[in-house]
Design a protein around this ligand. Structure first.
Ligand code: NDP
Ligand code: 2IT
Length: 454
């Protein structure tokens, strides 16, 4: 694996670990990308001379700040906020904001790093960034969430802008939070501009953006299946999570003739052998999006289902799996259970939901495995289209956006095949991880080469 007369992958990773002590998620993401890039650049001297890989694993900058707010009982609360501006070689920094108690610098650095390659894969001019806070919106009143969002944006607003850095939603940040943050940005700057995406339809949000990540993940899955002469119609799926991505993935999988067996949240998962039909899905949407309830309530409402407390759904037998909750939710043991049960394909709606060991299990078993940076790119792609619409001061129709999303996911799939197909007989195996890494890297790296040493 040594790269001509340069350092080995292990030596390179030692340096990354030394410079990022204790940042496990970031180191994991860098390792996953670097092993493919080492192979790709082995005979490409220009990348070595310019130290592109060494530079690409160093964020352009990280802003970290205090966020003070007052809860409903007038207690002063203190949180930490961050924005990781990872790389803007091919466009303004772009990526979501996450509010969750597990947020720390390592998590946001891994997400910003992954985002850089994902955004490149979309073919749209977007660099990579990610931000967030360890604020926990769960159990907070609307007023508390509003005060937190306003305080967070009061600091963040000086670091972002429509041509600088354009945040959006992620875990714990949906249309409510985007509304509060956009309002505060507008109040402070006195500018109405496309500084955030995922906005409400009334104030510049794009049609199809709420659906785009979940639908896109299912379209990616369709493309993988089609490549092997398979289709979703008649297949079963296990899905984790019950937020924006999971619920839209479930909706599309069902619309295409599939049967969704599971959904989950951090309390456990529900298993409905009869399938989660349209009516049940509407009930869950109301539970999660309006009543902000827990997925366990589903088993009380629908007698066909069982709730498995504290468990993840990977042992349920199904044709397809869509992890759509959070990072490292699918470990080696879960991956083995999926493979033993004959899973055909795994498409990641979440970012880095599979551990490195789990990915190895998928590769060894040669199942179709679409990593998050390719499979969930539909969300940020439609965010990119929201930016275009805001710049044009126009709103495109639903159908046009839907067609663009479908085409974009097909293009991303084809790029993965171009760089990831392994020539090993009549039924060529596609290493989608390698394909996504190399295709995503190449565009960013070539832009960096053009800029010289900066
Ligand atoms: P939401 O906040 O809407 O939903 C998150 C879901 O995941 C909830 O069901 C939540 O359960 C569960 N979850 C979150 N953290 C954990 C945890 N530590 N353990 C177990 N379950 C957890 O977020 P999204 O649906 O937007 O995001 C889901 C994933 O998709 C994330 O990885 C995100 O980065 C990724 N993603 C999102 C995009 C988007 O457009 N929104 C775009 C691309 C990727 P609970 O309510 O119990 O916390
Ligand atoms: O991980 C992601 O791609 C997102 N959370 C969406 C980012 C965006 O800018 O729409």
């Amino acid at each position: 694996m040594a790269v001509s007369d340069h350092v080995s992958l292990d030596e390179f990773m030692e340096g990354v670990k030394k410079r990022n002590p204790g940042q496990e998620e970031f180191i994991q993401a860098v390792r996953e990308v670097s092993q493919d890039i080492f192979d790709f650049i082995e005979d490409k001297e220009e990348y070595h001379e310019a130290q592109i890989l060494r530079r690409i694993v160093e964020p352009d900058r990280i802003v970290s700040f205090r966020v003070c707010w007052e809860d409903d009982n007038h207690n002063v609360r203190v949180q930490r906020g961050w924005r990781v501006q990872n790389n803007n070689a091919i466009g303004p920094y772009k990526g979501g904001i996450r509010f969750h108690p597990t947020v720390n610098e390592s998590v946001l650095k891994f997400l910003a790093f992954e985002q850089t390659f994902k955004n490149s894969l979309t073919g749209l001019p977007m660099g990579g960034g990610k931000g967030g806070s360890n604020f926990n919106p769960r159990g907070k009143s609307d007023s508390e969430v509003m005060r937190f969002c306003q305080s967070f944006m009061t600091e963040l607003c000086r670091h972002i802008g429509p041509d600088v850095d354009v945040p959006a939603g992620d875990i714990g940040v949906g249309s409510r939070e985007i509304g509060y943050m956009f309002g505060q940005y507008k109040r402070i700057t006195n500018r109405w501009e496309g500084v955030l995406t995922g906005k409400g339809q009334e104030y510049g949000g794009s049609k199809m953006r709420p659906e785009a990540t979940g639908y896109g993940a299912v379209y990616f899955l369709c493309n993988m299946l089609r490549h092997r002469d398979e289709e979703i119609d008649g297949k079963t799926a296990i899905i984790s999570g019950s937020g924006n991505v999971a619920l839209h993935a479930a909706e599309k999988f069902r619309q295409l003739g599939g049967k969704v067996l599971t959904l989950s949240d951090s309390d456990g998962f529900i298993h409905d052998p009869d399938g989660i039909d349209e009516e049940k899905l509407e009930w869950i949407k109301d539970l999660k999006m309006n009543r902000r309830g827990r997925i366990s309530e589903y088993a009380n409402e629908f007698s066909s289902a069982e709730f498995h407390e504290g468990k993840r759904p990977w042992h349920v037998e199904a044709d397809c799996a869509l992890p759509c909750a959070t990072q490292n939710e699918l470990e080696e043991e879960g991956a083995k259970a999926l493979v033993d049960n004959g899973v055909l394909a795994v498409a990641e709606g979440a970012n880095m939901p599979s551990t490195l060991d789990a990915v190895e299990v998928f590769h060894d078993a040669k199942i179709m495995y679409g990593p998050g940076k390719a499979a969930n790119a539909g969300g940020v792609a439609v965010s990119g289209l929201e930016m275009s619409q805001n710049s044009e001061r126009i709103s495109w129709q639903h159908e046009r956006l839907h067609d663009m999303l479908t085409e974009l996911m097909g293009d991303i799939h084809d790029k993965c095949v171009e760089y990831g197909e392994i020539d090993d007989g009549p039924d060529n195996y596609v290493d989608y991880v390698k394909g996504a890494n190399v295709a995503g890297f190449k565009k960013v790296a070539d832009a960096m080469l053009a800029f010289g040493v900066i």
